[in-house]
Design a protein around this ligand. Sequence first.
Ligand SMILES: Cc1cc2nc3c(=O)[nH]c(=O)nc-3n(C[C@H](O)[C@H](O)[C@H](O)COP(=O)(O)OP(=O)(O)OC[C@H]3O[C@@H](n4cnc5c(N)ncnc54)[C@H](O)[C@@H]3O)c2cc1C
Length: 399
Amino acid sequence: MDFSVDSKIQSTLAGIRSFVETQLVPLEPLLLAARWDELGPALEAQRQAVREHGWWAPNLPVAAGGGGADLVELGLWSEELGRSPLGHYVFGCQAPDAGNAELLLLHGSEAQKRRYLDPLAAGRTRSCFCMTEPEFAGSNPVQMGTRAVRDGDDYVIDGHKWFATAADGAAFAIVMAVTEAEASRYERASMILVDCDNPGFHLLRNIPVMGHGGDGYFSHGEVRFEQCRVPASNLLGRPGAGFVMAQERLGPGRIHHCMRWLGICRRALEMMCDYALTRELAPERPLASQQIVQAWIAESSAELHAARALVLEAAWRIEKHGFKAARDHISMIKFLTANTLQRIVDRAVQVHGALGVTDDTVLAFWYREERAARIYDGPDEVHKLSLARHLLKARQGRG
Ligand SMILES: Cc1cc2nc3c(=O)[nH]c(=O)nc-3n(C[C@H](O)[C@H](O)[C@H](O)COP(=O)(O)OP(=O)(O)OC[C@H]3O[C@@H](n4cnc5c(N)ncnc54)[C@H](O)[C@@H]3O)c2cc1C
């Protein structure tokens, strides 16, 4: 087994790491202090620099204006970009736009690609994905209440969504709605493109998350669709294929997320070490001299590397054998990495003491914002159940 990374990719990764360190980390205080007016233009300037380096949108094919990286390479990029909460956005491969662009590439008509994908891929617009509803358990989205009813050449959408990440300022939404009410459970819903300036699209609020409302890209919206009329040609893919397409969208997304979380883990571990080395409990007695802190550092490093090996193996399996063959690996990495992230960030906060819970470092941001990693894209429990079911079925089949 060969774990080496191609020297060309290694040198690109080194360039990206240095860019993140020197250009993006210094902008983090604007994010942490919620100085959105200053942050926006600063990020735009950095996006321009990324384009000039030829690093824009590594997840998209070259023909769509991206870098055409395969899944393993993309995972390695994602790890470097994850070192700052600003990384993915500045490199044009942020959620939910990356997944939405992939949906448009795979299922969009030519007209939809020109109208929605081209400006999105170029970073001129943003988008959001509206699936989850406050009234229904998102873990089982087939129970959805949102309806899109055909009326002549249009669909008319009515429904209530929340946690539409980055809805604030998005140009369009991909909305999951029931269009085929009489079909079987998994074939009822479709994806429909809705312009956010449609008079039937109402962004009710940016939902406060652990005390922070967020703004623009860094927010999660509650949205109501009221008699929201769109041309029937805005249906994305085939009617009733919404759930199949949503699953496809989540597959590569889980690799991006897990590697992003590992980037966070790496930086949190480095911060843990740096602080432990400099914070003195008494003269000549830094925190790093304490065995309990050394154990946290060692455990964090081992957990990080174990999760990383599994995530890269999952990416490799998807690349070689497809999503179906990798489904158990995808479940494993989702809950394993999310929990690794939570433990390592928690230890880093603990080592920093009171400083760890302030917004003077990025740790509290991650502690707050990344708690959700164990909930979105399938909560821990759903992945564990699915994995255990497959393992048990395989053993039963032997009897
Ligand atoms: C930060 C963040 C960003 C998000 N972004 C988006 C977005 O852009 N677009 C979008 O549509 N949605 C988004 N979501 C919503 C996300 O997809 C849902 O929160 C997720 O699917 C879980 O649904 P729920 O919150 O309704 O939890 P529920 O389904 O009500 O589940 C509640 C809890 O029950 C437990 N549980 C669930 N199923 C089982 C089971 N079978 N067995 C045992 N326990 C179980 C889990 O612990 C779960 O956390 C986002 C959520 C967050 C937190």
